[in-house]
Design a protein around this ligand. Structure first.
Ligand code: F6P
Length: 546
C-alpha cells in the first residue's frame, strides 16, 4: 500500500495550503460574487453552503483528485454491494441495505439479506402498531404508557437523538433512555414509571455489554419486585440483538427478540431494529420516512458526481483541515433545540469510526486521522465556547445546522436564532482587522498607545472555516438524510485515510481491565494485583471513605 503522504497529489495539496494561507476569505467573497452559489450543493432535502471554507477552485480540484487517486468511488461501491470492507472482522458494512426500498438484492456471503431486513421491519411495524392501538398491553391489561430503552453506544445514541429530534411527531408513549451503568441512571428513570404500564426495550448487538446487561437485570428485578411474576416478563421485556440465543438464555421470550446482523455496525444501527424505540416514540410511518430520507442521501452519495457530492465534499473539507492545516478538532453546532443531541451522536459515529492509528495493512499511519468532534446547541454555545472559535489559537472548522422553519414559531424567536447562526458564520469568516477595531474605539478618547493595546484584544483573525447546512424543516426525512450525510462523510475520510472505519478494537482493553478491577473490588479481602496507583484507588473504594 502506498503511503498516502507519498502521493504526488498529497504533495500538491501541501503546496496548495501555502497558497491558500496567503488568501483571505473576505477578499475571496469580494472578488467573486458567484462564490456562494458555486460552492453550494443540494441533496435529499438538505443544502450545504461550503463557500466559507478556505478553498478555491484549484484546492477543490486537488482534493477531488486525491479522492479519485484513493479510489473512493470503488471503495464506496464495495460498501454498498456488500463486500467485506470491515477487514479486521471480515464483515460487510451494510447499514445502507437497512433503508433500501427497492427490490435489488444485496448479497452477503452468497445470500440476499433483503428478505430478512424486510421481515424484521414488518415485525417491528406489527409490534409498534399493537402497542399504539392498545392490542398489546401490560400484564394487568393496562395500555403501555412508558418505554425504558436500555442500551449504550450505538445501541443508545441513535435512538435517543432521533427520538429527541422528532419530538413534534411523538405519539403518547413516553420514552426513557438508560445507558450508563451508574445505578443513578436507571433508578431515576424507574422513579417516574409504573411497572404495570412500562415496556422495557433492551438493545445490544453483541448481548455481552456489561452496562446493558446489568441495567436490564436490575430493571427485571424492579419489575418482579413490583408484584409481577416471572411469566409476566414476556409481556414487558423485548430485546434487539444479533445474538438471539443469548437474549433467549437471558430470559427474553424468543418472540420478543428482534434480530440484527453482524453486517450492521453498532454506531450505524439506528436504521435496524435498534430503531424500535424511535418507532415506538413517533410511529412506524415516521420511522419509515426516516429511512427514506437516509435512502435519498445514499442515492445521492452513490450517483452524484464527486464535485457535487455532499458527503464527499464535506469529507474532503474536513480532511483538508485535519491533514493540511493541522486542525485537531471540529465542532458541530445545531441551531435547533430538537437537534441538541446531534453533536454527541456524530461524536461517537466519527470518533469510534476514524479514531485509528494504523492503515488497513497494519502499518502505522504518518498523517492525522479522525479529529476530535464536539459541539452543542446554538445559541447557547455562543455564550460559552464560541469565544475560543473566534479568537483562540486553534483552527476549529465548524458545521452550522439550521432548519429554515421552526416547529414552534414563537414570535420572533426563529428569526433571532437564524440571525445568530448566520452571523456566527460571518464573524468567523470575516473577523475584525486592527484598523476596524481601532475605528470602533475612536470616540473613546484613549491615548494612542492605550487605543492600540485595547484594539489588539478586539482583533478577530477571521478566515475560520465553516459549513452551513440548511433544510426546510426538521422532519423524519430530513433527519434521516442528515444522519446518513454524516455517516458517509465519515466513510469518505476513512476511505482516503486507508483505515478501517468499522471496527473498534480500542474499546476492548478498557473492558477487559474493567472486569479485572471489578473482580478485585468485589473480593473484599483478596490481595491486589494491579499497579500501585490502581491498588490504592481500589483500597479506598473497598473502604468506601477517604
Ligand atoms: O463502545 C463500544 C461498543 O462496542 C459500540 O461500538 C457499540 O455500539 C456499543 O459498544 C454497544 O454494544 P452492544 O450493542 O453490543 O451492546
Amino acid at each position: 500500500m502506498t503511503s498516502l503522504t507519498q502521493l504526488p497529489i498529497w504533495q500538491a495539496l501541501k503546496q496548495q495550503r501555502q497558497t491558500i494561507e496567503q488568501q483571505s476569505l473576505r477578499d475571496a467573497f469580494a472578488r467573486d460574487p458567484g462564490r456562494a452559489e458555486r460552492y453550494s450543493v443540494k441533496a435529499a432535502g438538505l443544502m450545504l453552503d461550503y463557500s466559507k471554507n478556505r478553498i478555491d477552485d484549484t484546492t477543490l480540484a486537488a482534493l477531488l483528485e486525491l479522492a479519485r487517486d484513493c479510489e473512493l468511488e470503488s471503495q464506496r461501491d464495495a460498501m454498498f454491494t456488500g463486500a467485506a470492507i470491515n477487514r479486521t472482522e471480515n464483515r460487510a458494512v451494510l447499514h445502507t441495505a437497512l433503508r433500501a426500498s427497492g427490490n435489488t438484492p444485496v448479497m452477503v456471503d452468497g445470500e440476499d439479506v433483503m428478505p430478512e431486513v424486510r421481515a424484521t421491519l414488518a415485525k417491528m411495524k406489527g409490534f409498534v402498531e399493537q402497542i399504539h392501538e392498545g392490542q398489546r398491553t401490560g400484564y394487568t391489561g393496562k395500555a403501555f404508557t412508558d418505554v425504558i430503552a436500555i442500551g449504550i453506544g450505538g445501541s443508545f445514541l441513535g435512538p435517543k437523538v432521533a427520538t429527541e429530534a422528532l419530538r413534534p411527531y411523538a405519539k403518547s408513549l413516553r420514552l426513557h433512555y438508560v445507558a450508563n451503568v451508574d445505578g443513578t441512571a436507571l433508578s431515576e428513570k424507574l422513579k417516574k414509571v409504573n411497572a404495570e404500564t412500562t415496556l422495557v426495550v433492551m438493545s445490544s448487538k453483541s448481548f455481552t455489554t456489561q452496562e446493558t446487561l446489568a441495567n436490564t437485570q436490575s430493571a427485571r428485578e424492579w419489575f418482579l419486585a413490583s408484584g409481577a411474576s416471572q411469566a409476566d416478563v414476556a409481556a414487558h421485556f423485548v430485546a434487539i440483538s444479533s445474538n438471539v440465543p443469548a437474549a433467549v438464555e437471558f430470559g427474553i421470550d424468543a418472540d420478543n427478540v428482534f434480530p440484527m446482523w453482524d453486517w450492521v455496525g453498532g454506531r450505524y444501527s439506528l436504521w435496524s431494529a435498534i430503531g424500535l424505540p424511535i418507532a415506538l416514540a413517533v410511529g412506524f410511518d415516521h420511522f419509515e420516512q426516516l429511512l427514506s430520507g437516509a435512502e435519498a442521501m445514499d442515492r445521492h452519495f452513490r450517483e452524484a458526481p464527486l464535485e457535487q457530492n455532499m458527503p464527499v465534499l464535506m469529507g474532503l473539507l474536513s480532511l483538508w483541515y485535519s491533514n493540511f492545516f493541522d486542525s485537531q478538532s471540529q465542532v458541530i453546532l445545531s441551531y435547533d433545540h430538537y437537534l441538541r443531541g446531534l453533536p454527541a451522536y456524530i461524536q461517537q459515529l466519527d470518533m469510534e469510526s476514524n479514531g485509528k492509528g494504523v492503515a488497513l495493512d497494519g502499518t502505522p499511519v504518518d498523517y492525522r486521522t479522525g479529529p476530535v468532534i464536539w459541539g452543542g446547541e446554538g445559541t447557547n454555545g455562543q455564550h460559552a465556547y464560541h469565544q475560543l472559535l473566534h479568537q483562540g489559537t486553534a483552527l476549529i472548522p465548524a458545521d452550522f445546522i439550521l432548519p429554515l422553519q421552526s416547529h414552534n414559531p414563537l414570535g420572533r424567536h426563529h428569526q433571532m436564532l437564524a440571525a445568530n447562526c448566520l452571523a456566527q458564520t460571518q464573524a468567523l469568516m470575516q473577523g475584525k482587522t486592527l484598523e476596524e477595531a481601532k475605528a470602533e474605539l475612536a470616540d473613546r478618547n484613549l491615548a494612542p498607545q492605550a487605543l492600540e493595546q485595547l484594539a489588539r484584544h478586539k482583533v478577530m483573525p477571521g478566515n475560520r472555516p465553516s459549513n452551513t447546512l440548511l433544510m426546510d424543516k426538521l422532519t423524519p426525512a430530513t433527519l434521516g438524510a442528515l444522519i446518513a450525510l454524516y455517516e458517509h462523510r465519515t466513510f469518505v475520510q476513512g476511505a482516503i485515510w486507508q483505515i478501517n472505519s468499522f471496527d473498534q478494537w480500542g474499546v476492548e482493553l478498557g473492558k477487559v481491565l474493567g472486569n479485572a478491577v471489578l473482580d478485585e473490588l468485589e473480593a473484599e479481602q483478596a490481595p491486589l494485583a494491579q499497579d500501585a496507583s490502581t491498588n490504592q484507588l481500589i483500597t479506598l473504594l473497598r473502604q468506601g471513605k477517604l
